[in-house]
Design a protein around this ligand. Structure first.
Ligand code: UDP
Ligand code: MG
Length: 319
């Protein structure tokens, strides 16, 4: 039996980029078919786009039977879109790729050749340069990767893209992590398996604009940290203990000074400084606690990761 590659494409307001993307991926599909007799399935996930993305997808699916689409009832985020794609992919190899051609589809050929003999379970991609990205964004991205690799015990590769080709086995492992707060880069590392990294230069998106604002990226990095590390909680506790210890020593000194020298009223500025410092530290620590608590709160609710409004994939009960 020939192999089937499911390509998952999360789309959020991608009407400009989609036609380019479709053309490119068809070229690759043809090449793979001719060279290796591989079949393709294109699984577009419309993540609550507010433009013509959905009607484009409907149109594509009537023309091309390889095109499947899932349309969400609202924007659930790229992570949810990827999860929906993984759940609905039927191939024995599964790939995920951005719709904006920043991930070159032509790499799929090389990826398939590498994965098919079974030496690797996953062929990932990472970009070696961050060319075309605002320097400040690159700087914070680098800091984030350095930090998260220090404080968590999963390996999160700097510059790793979500673009990858995985075996069915690894995909099933990823699907078994049903957490609501999904941080794919961490989940891929967490499940393990043998990954080979291909490197390529960063390219600008072909059309449309990026869906990530700086603020969204910042919140995403917090998600990543809280999902894969509890070190911030330990740091907060360590600070707590340190200050308790200092306070204890100070109390002893003050008692001794009062007994020996009496009690002259002085030291208002220093008192205020200490007050502000300790107050700030406490708020900071409570904030950290709050982050974890809110994540736990959302997990406990067991809400679905996404809600489908429309799809052309027959549901499993229909078979
Ligand atoms: N995307 C999505 N939901 C979102 C944001 C983005 O499905 O809420 C998709 C988007 O359509 C694209 C991919 O995720 O296919 C990567 O998004 P983008 O190019 O904006 O991110 P960047 O390449 O700048 O990291
Ligand atoms: Mg992009």
């Amino acid at each position: 039996m020939s192999d089937l590659i499911s390509v998952i494409v999360p789309c959020f307001n991608e009407q400009e980029a989609l036609p380019f993307f479709y053309r490119e991926i068809c070229k690759v599909a043809l090449e793979l078919k001719e060279k290796h007799c591989v079949d393709f399935e294109l699984l577009f996930v419309n993540d609550g786009s507010r433009d013509q993305t959905l009607s484009l997808l409907r149109e594509l699916s009537t023309k091309d039977s390889r095109v499947k689409y899932i349309s969400f009832s609202r924007n659930f985020g790229k992570e949810s879109a990827i999860y929906a794609g993984l759940e609905n992919a039927s191939g024995n190899y599964i790939s995920m790729i951005d719709a904006d051609l920043q991930d070159p589809p032509s790499l799929l050929l090389e990826m398939y050749e590498l994965i098919k003999n079974g030496t690797y379970d996953c062929i990932g991609t990472r970009r070696v340069t961050r060319k075309g990205e605002p320097p400040i964004r690159s700087f914070f991205a680098r800091c984030f990767y350095r930090l998260i690799n220090k404080i968590s015990n999963v390996d999160i590769v700097d510059g790793a893209r979500d673009f990858r080709l995985m075996s069915r086995q690894m995909t099933d492992a990823i699907l078994s992590l049903r957490e609501y707060n999904r941080f794919s880069k961490g989940i891929f590392g967490w499940v393990g398996f043998r990954t080979k990294w291909l490197e390529y230069e960063n390219v600008e998106r072909v059309a449309g604009s990026t869906k990530w604002s700086f603020w969204k990226l910042f919140l995403y990095s917090l998600d990543g940290i809280t999902a894969f590390s509890t070190t911030p909680l330990s740091i907060a506790s360590a600070f707590g203990m340190l200050f308790l210890f200092i306070a204890f020593i100070l109390i002893l000194i003050i008692i001794w000074k009062t007994l020996v020298f009496g009690e002259p009223v002085a030291g208002y500025p220093s008192t205020m400084c200490v007050l502000f410092f300790i107050g700030g530290l406490q708020l900071f620590s409570i904030g950290i606690l709050g982050q974890y608590l809110s994540k736990a709160y959302l997990e406990v609710k067991k809400r679905p990761i996404y809600i489908v409004q429309e799809t052309n994939i027959p549901s499993k009960e229909d078979y």
